[in-house]
Design a protein around this ligand. Structure first.
Ligand code: ITT
Ligand code: NA
Length: 198
């Protein structure tokens, strides 16, 4: 039972390895294929980009592939950075640079208007088959200073109101119980057996 996850993001890759531990798949990611060319994310939606990654790699390697396209939607910014979350501060900029840009854009926004959602769309693809698409979201608030060292991306700014902790202040297990990625995988669980049997 092999599954290739079409990501080069180390934070995502770590989470998928943990999340798939109980699911009985042997996981590889594109970090195991450093020579493979990157797929350009030219889509305007999470689904389009996840399809580009999953279907492109599935065709190239002729195997079962799961891709994750995810990002942060901030209400006060009309849903930005959205699909541009990875490159908000520019191509190949650090997570810290993206977080700094987000804080700057939100300078004048009061705490109770800093609501946001993390979104994750997963696409499971196999050559010659209609892909399976699922999504998950997590609601929170964008803080005024980064807090915590766990996780990746915007986690140090993303406060879960019920706990008053950022995702970066939670353990990997705590985040994996509530995350947008975990929710999307839960939807995938419900549908994967029927899809594999098609
Ligand atoms: P791959 O395409 O190789 O998977 P990527 O980082 O380019 O890597 P995306 O295009 O899906 O992936 O961008 C997702 C960005 O959204 C990611 O770089 C983070 O900045 C942010 N993000 C997504 N999920 C997150 C999470 O759980 N915690 C923090 N930030 C997250
Ligand atoms: Na993207």
């Amino acid at each position: 039972n092999h599954l290739l996850i079409a990501t080069r993001n180390e934070g995502k890759a770590k989470e998928f390895v943990e999340l798939f531990k109980s699911r009985g798949y042997e996981i590889k990611t594109l970090l195991d294929y450093p020579e493979m060319a990157d797929i350009e994310e030219t889509g305007k939606t999470f689904e389009e980009n996840a399809r580009l990654k999953a279907e492109g790699i599935a065709k190239e390697l002729n195997c079962l592939v799961l891709a994750d396209d995810s990002g942060l939607k901030v209400d006060a910014l009309g849903g930005q950075p959205g699909v541009y979350s990875a490159r908000y501060a520019g191509e190949r900029k650090s997570d810290a640079a993206n977080n700094a840009k987000l804080l700057h854009e939100l300078t004048d926004i009061p705490m109770d208007e800093r609501t946001a959602q993390f979104h994750c769309t997963l696409v499971l693809a196999e050559p010659g088959k209609e892909s399976l698409v699922v999504s998950g979201e997590l609601s929170g608030m964008i803080g005024r200073i980064p807090r915590g060292n766990n996780g990746f991306g915007y986690d140090p700014l993303f406060i879960i109101p019920e706990t008053d902790k950022t995702l970066a202040e939670m353990t990997a297990d705590e985040k994996n119980k509530i995350s947008h990625r975990a929710k999307a995988l839960h939807e995938l669980d419900k549908k994967i057996d029927a899809w594999l049997g098609e």
